[in-house]
Design a protein. Structure first.
Lengths: 88, 252
């Protein structure tokens, strides 16, 4: 669960930089927890380069049958995870 | 021995193919609680080779299953076993030859998540029908993902009716446990353990049977393959001493 931090008030504030609201971040976390584990262990996104995250989501999203909304939500959630780690 | 060589060769060839990512099963005897994403359609082919019973050293049976799996909702998946059939040989298998066992429908509903909840839970129900044969199989599935480790447990109750008027009845309780470690997203290794107790006519209890062995799973872009080799730990005369199951899945 450390790889998928909950959407707290501080997390939502960090998400503003990614133009994400609380609902989008919750949806992104849900996608991360439910879809990604079908194929692999959840990676620790905090250690990933920000520029690499959209490429990975773009590559794996179709395999997980993500629609455009889920794709965006997941991407914003992961970028917010990265942003919160960078600001700590 | 040539059969093992062939299976291993196919598996190693698969390992060397293109690298990408795909969804798959970590185990072949144990079910996981996660379900296919909505809209996903997958074709799975099962091959199980059973050989050498303590009471029938010449016994050989190869079982085949062709399954179409559909992700219906975020938590519900359905599968159709288009055909289960086998080739058998040996004294205890009767005349050598092919047998069509029937077709089945399988439903899995996921209740909780194996990562974010204390334990992942799901329910499984299968109905199988064939010539003078009907079977109901209910499973309780539990799983916990701890980083790259996954532990999964299944408890299964199986009821079978056979014969002209389906008058022959048999029950079976099965438990299975799977342990898996993800070396990288493409290769996973682990072990599976199976415990079975049969209840002929629901009135007698046959001796316990235990099987255990290692497994390996490979995932690629549109396909995956998992192989488990089980040895009988007990010495029940009518059970195979050795069995190998491979499931090859392809996503459309």
């Amino acid at each position: 669960v450390n790889s998928a931090p909950p959407v707290t008030a501080a997390f939502v504030r960090a998400g503003v930089r990614e133009k994400a609201d609380a609902h989008t971040l919750e949806e992104g976390r849900k996608v991360f927890l439910n879809r990604c584990i079908a194929c692999h262990a959840l990676p620790d996104i905090r250690h990933y380069d920000s520029g690499r995250i959209p490429r990975i989501v773009g590559w794996m999203g179709p395999r997980a049958n993500l629609n455009a909304e889920q794709h965006q939500a997941l991407l914003k959630y992961l970028l917010t995870v990265k942003a919160t780690a960078a600001s700590e | 021995m040539p059969k093992i060589t062939t299976i291993l060769s196919l598996f190693l060839a698969a390992l060397c193919a293109e690298t990408a990512l795909g969804g798959s099963r970590r185990f072949t005897y144990v079910y996981e609680v996660t379900t296919s994403p909505p809209g996903d359609i997958e074709f799975e082919n099962w091959v199980t080779w059973k050989t050498h019973k303590p009471d029938d050293h010449a016994f050989d049976q190869v079982e085949f299953r062709h399954e179409l799996e559909f992700g219906i909702t975020e938590k519900f998946q359905m599968a159709v076993y288009v055909a289960d059939w086998n080739y058998h040989h040996g004294m205890s298998a009767g005349e050598s030859g092919f047998t069509l066992n029937g077709s089945a429908i399988e439903l899995i509903y996921n209740f909780t998540n194996p990562v974010s909840d204390p334990i992942g839970l799901a329910a499984y129900q299968e109905f199988k029908a064939g010539y003078r044969f009907f079977e109901s199989e209910s499973k309780f599935l539990a799983q916990k993902n701890l980083g790259r480790f996954v532990v999964a447990y299944n408890a299964t109750l199986e009821a079978e009716w056979e014969g002209e008027g389906l008058e022959e009845r048999e029950g079976e309780f099965q438990q299975s446990l799977g342990l898996s470690y993800e070396i990288n997203p493409h290769v996973l290794v682990g072990a599976e353990f199976v415990h079975e107790i049969a209840f002929p006519e629901w009135s007698e209890t046959e001796p316990d049977k235990f099987f255990a062995g290692p497994n390996i799973s490979v995932r690629r872009d549109k396909w995956w393959a998992t192989l488990t080799a089980l040895a009988q730990v007990t010495r029940e005369g009518d059970e195979p001493d050795f069995q190998v199951r491979t499931i090859f899945g392809f996503s459309f």
